[in-house]
Structures are given as structure tokens and as C-alpha cells.
Design a protein around this ligand. Structure first.
Ligand code: PLP
Length: 459
């Protein structure tokens, strides 16, 4: 068997890792962590060191690691038929079954499901569907897509442009044209003194309306947003936000794309974030929790309203000319059906609501009085602790201090994976939805020790 040093050397020589300081890795200043096995909420590296995965990979392993029934469903499909494409109306039983359940369970009035492999490509598809739809219904100028500051929608060309975090754009010639930006609904950071959540939400909706009017409503095709802003800081919307935003979108005939890549399948305590906030999207993007990341699979779910226009146009425009080799991959569909069986049977959305309330209670008890904690926030099994240099002024730390990254590292040194969110000093939690209360206790007490350690260093 190849030993750890050999694997590390091979990896260092050949893998281009995402979000890695290339020079540090190349020169040996940073080492790889070779992950090997996982069970439940724990994951083990090749040295035998075990971590609590407080972030479920990248908010995706919702059912936890090592669920053999999913592995068996994948193997069954691989033995039976590992691959066939879904072009020209080819399908499999697993694909048809999965699509039927997604259309029924998704928010809004959904009709059809298009499959990809990642959240990024699914959002790329959504943009093309918005453009296609408006071309087909004779509105060729209605193409701009509005996203939010700090929204995250992926890193491909159009999805990466919709992402409202500048480090995804710098040195990579993004964003492309036709993508507009509106304000982030983060009450703690954005509210004026004395402003209520409702008033703040109204201000955000007014800003959106002003942007649509300034650009010309006939040029704005869609608004894309995560029900709960994720990578940009794990920020649940303030009171009244979604009804007010949707009223503006409806007024100007602007489609709503709900990016449910994180929120979908129970993460927020409802099956979809859209359900929790009363959103009625025209397009829904899912990935991550769809297969709990056991295999790559994403989907762009299309409403009846949009699909009807697409179908009606067929005699004029021919077939729907968009598709990937792996669209509707049978192994992905089999994995998703097995995962959704677990999600439904174990009521993971309900579990997420219940355990999430417990997690929030424990995080508040551990951190709310801490002098470097500005806000403890979250919904369901999605939570964040934001650190500040001055609570009264909500002043951020000097970025050079890398407070968030140091706290995450201190947690890691204690065998807890909690993510330093890429924007600001924020520690994020998104554990598998199956995490028990005892495991939540363990996770929060490690996080507290990590924060205390860094707090002492800052003193
Ligand atoms: N949309 C949201 C809300 C996400 O959180 C992510 C990934 O974190 C994506 C899209 C992109 O998904 P992927 O990394 O699978 O391309």
C-alpha cells in the first residue's frame, strides 16, 4: 500500500487544489490532510486522527457519512447500468422516479427537472433558461440578472459572475456583463440605528425596485438569491424580507431563482428554504443535499409557467439544445433516491428544526456574552458566530489578524471542523442533520475553547 508520505508527495506534485495557497503547498509550508473514512458526523484522516465535521464537508453531507444503503443503491445501479445519457428522451427508472418526487416536493409550481453535476452548472443552466424563456416570449432585451452582494451561486463563468464576493472575480475577468448587484439583507451589519427589521427589509426592497427602474424593467430578467445567504456569511433574512422582495419582482415581471443548493432538503428546518420564508420561485436550483454529496448531482427545477413557453415554442425553435454528457446520470439518480428516502423516513427537516433550535441555544449560551462576539445567528442546522473588535461599534478586526481563520484552526487543533467563512471573521456551522444533542454539546464546547484561546492571544 502507498504510504502517507508517498500520497502527500504525489498530491503536492500533481493536484491543483481549490482555495489553497499554491506556493505554501508547493514548498511544503502547508501539508495535505488525507481523508480516509467517515461515520455519522465524524471523519478520519490517514493518520487515524478523527474530527467532528461541523460543516458536513461543504454543507452537503446532510445524512452523515457511511450510510451503507446509499452505497448499496449506487452499487446496484452501477452493476445494472452504470451509464446512459438522457438526450433525445432516453431515461432510466431511477431518473423518472427522482424527477417525479422533486417536482412534487419542490416549492412553487414546478414542472420539469434538468440535471447537472454541480451547483455552479445548475445556476449556469438557470441563466440560460431565463434568456431562452424571454427570447421565446418575444422579450429579447429582458436578460439582466440581479444577484446580491455576498450572495454565492458558484464559480463558473455566469454563476461566478452572479456570486457577489469579489475574490471570485479578481484576476479572472469576472463578472461578465449583464449581472447586476443589490444589497445584502444582513440586519446586524446593514441596519440604520433604530431601524426595525421590517423597515430594513423594506429599504432593501425599495433599493431593488430603484435598480430595476434605473436599468429599465424590460431589461431585467431574473433575481437570484439563496433563501438564507450562505457562503457570504450564513445570514438568515430579516423579518418581512422575502414578501417585500417578491412583491417587487412580481410588479416588474422579474423571475425569481431560488438557489436552494445549501438550504434544500432540510438544512433550514423546512424541506426547502423557500417553504420556510413563503417564497414562490419560478426556478429552483438544488445540489449538495440532493445526494448528500455521495455522488455529484445537481438540478435546475423549472416551473410550469416557464416550461409551457418552452414547450409551445418547439415547432419554431426545435429541440431544447442544452445538455451535458452526464445530465441525469443513473448512478446520481439512484444515489439521490436513496438519500431522499432517508431524508423522508428520518424526517431530517423536522430533526433539523429541532436540533437547530438546540444548537442555537447552545451557541448563544457559549458566545453571546463573549466580548469579541458581535452576533450569533442561524436557522435550522445552519449557524454562524461573527467576531468583532468592538461590540458597541460593531467594528471588525483588522483583517491582518485573521481572527476567523485562527479560531477555525484552533478548533481544528482540537479535532473540530468549523469553517472560517471567506468574508469577515465568521465561524460557520453546518453539521450533518443527524447530529445528536450530545454531539452538538461536544462541538460547541470545542468551539468555545478555540474562541477562548484566540481571545487570550488577542488580549
Ligand atoms: N449555490 C450555492 C448557494 C452554494 O452554496 C454553492 C456552493 O457552495 C453553489 C451554488 C455552487 O455549487 P458547486 O460548488 O457544486 O458548484
Amino acid at each position: 500500500m502507498t504510504n502517507i508520505a508517498e500520497i502527500a508527495e504525489m498530491d503536492r506534485r500533481t493536484v491543483l487544489h481549490p482555495f489553497t495557497y499554491l506556493k505554501d503547498y508547493a514548498t511544503g509550508d502547508a501539508d495535505p490532510t488525507i481523508m480516509e473514512t467517515g461515520k455519522g458526523v465524524r471523519i478520519q484522516d490517514a493518520t487515524g486522527r478523527e474530527y467532528i465535521d461541523g460543516f458536513a464537508g461543504l454543507y452537503c453531507v446532510n445524512i452523515g457519512y457511511g450510510r451503507t444503503e446509499v452505497a448499496e443503491a449506487i452499487a446496484r445501479q452501477a452493476y445494472k447500468l452504470a451509464y446512459y445519457h438522457s438526450y433525445a428522451a432516453h431515461t432510466t427508472e431511477e431518473l423518472a422516479r427522482l424527477s417525479d418526487r422533486l417536482v412534487k416536493m419542490a416549492p412553487g409550481n414546478m414542472s420539469k427537472v434538468f440535471y447537472g453535476l454541480s451547483g455552479s452548472d445548475a445556476n449556469e443552466t438557470q441563466a440560460k433558461i431565463v434568456w431562452y424563456y424571454n427570447n421565446l416570449r418575444g422579450k429579447p432585451l429582458k436578460k439582466k440578472i440581479i444577484s446580491r452582494e455576498r450572495g454565492y451561486h458558484g464559480c463558473s463563468v455566469v454563476a461566478g459572475s452572479m456570486t457577489g464576493l469579489s475574490f471570485y472575480h479578481e484576476h479572472m475577468d469576472l463578472p461578465v456583463s449583464g449581472i447586476l448587484r443589490t444589497g445584502v439583507p444582513h440586519f446586524y451589519r446593514g441596519a440604520h440605528p433604530g431601524e426595525t427589521e421590517e423597515a430594513f427589509s423594506q429599504r432593501r426592497a425599495d433599493e431593488l425596485e430603484a435598480l430595476i427602474i434605473a436599468e429599465g424593467p424590460d431589461t431585467v430578467g431574473a433575481f437570484i438569491a439563496e433563501p438564507v445567504l450562505g457562503t457570504g456569511g450564513i445570514t438568515p433574512p430579516p423579518d418581512g424580507y422575502w414578501p417585500k422582495i417578491q412583491a417587487v419582482l412580481q410588479k416588474y415581471d422579474v423571475l425569481l431563482i431560488a438557489d436552494e443548493v445549501i438550504c434544500g432538503f432540510g438544512r433550514t428546518g423546512a424541506m426547502f428554504g423557500s417553504h420556510l420564508y413563503g417564497m414562490e420561485p419560478d426556478l429552483v436550483t438544488v445540489a449538495k443535499g440532493l445526494t448528500s454529496a455521495y455522488v455529484p448531482l445537481s438540478a435546475s427545477i423549472v416551473s410550469q409557467k416557464i416550461y409551457d413557453v418552452m414547450e409551445e415554442a418547439t415547432p419554431r425553435v426545435g429541440s431544447f439544445s442544452h445538455g451535458y454528457t452526464y445530465s441525469g446520470h443513473p448512478i446520481g439518480a439512484a444515489a439521490a433516491n436513496a438519500v431522499l428516502d432517508i431524508v423522508e423516513r428520518e424526517d431530517l427537516a423536522g430533526q433539523s428544526a429541532k436540533k437547530g433550535a438546540y444548537l442555537m441555544m447552545r451557541l448563544k449560551a457559549a458566545f453571546e456574552q463573549n466580548p469579541i462576539v458581535g452576533e450569533v445567528r442561524g436557522v435550522g442546522m445552519l449557524a454562524a458566530v461573527e467576531f468583532v473588535a468592538d461590540r458597541g461599534k460593531k467594528a471588525a478586526f483588522d483583517p491582518a489578524l485573521k481572527v476567523g481563520a485562527r479560531i477555525s484552526q484552533a478548533a481544528r487543533n482540537r479535532n473540530l471542523i468549523a469553517r472560517a467563512m471567506p468574508h469577515g471573521d465568521i465561524l460557520g456551522f453546518a453539521p450533518p442533520l443527524i447530529m445528536t444533542e450530545a454531539e452538538i454539546d461536544e462541538m460547541v464546547s470545542i468551539a468555545k475553547a478555540a474562541v477562548d484561546e484566540v481571545f487570550k492571544e488577542l488580549d
